[in-house]
Design a protein. Structure first.
Length: 106
């Protein structure tokens, strides 16, 4: 009988449905956020990315997460996993957050 897979996540994940833009390969792509934590992010993307490649993304954290007003955050990270496409063809991309910056209100 197989051992249950050990939980590797070190931070609580928040399942959110907020807009996220992803920068990779000198282009900006719209993506659908699956979840985010203090250390990482997972989103669905139409275009392929390579595990280990650098990636940038910008998202808006809602008041239920920030406990104040909505806050836009620009992040830089690295792709740690790319999962097979969903039925709609989108890939699930997981990335570690290496740097982040809070953006001023537009």
């Amino acid at each position: 009988m197989a051992e249950p897979q050990q939980e590797k996540r070190g931070a609580r994940r928040f399942p959110l449905r907020v807009p996220v833009t992803v920068d990779h390969d000198s282009a900006t792509h719209a993506a659908q956020l699956r979840d985010v934590s203090a250390r990482g992010i997972c989103f669905y993307l139409d275009s392929a990315v390579t595990q280990g490649s650098p990636i940038g993304f910008t998202l808006t954290l809602p008041p239920e997460i920030t406990l104040t007003e909505s806050i836009r955050v620009q992040c830089k990270g690295r792709v740690v996993r790319v999962d097979n496409a969903r039925a709609d063809g989108k890939l699930a991309v997981a990335a570690v957050i290496e740097e982040y910056e809070f953006l001023p209100e537009a």
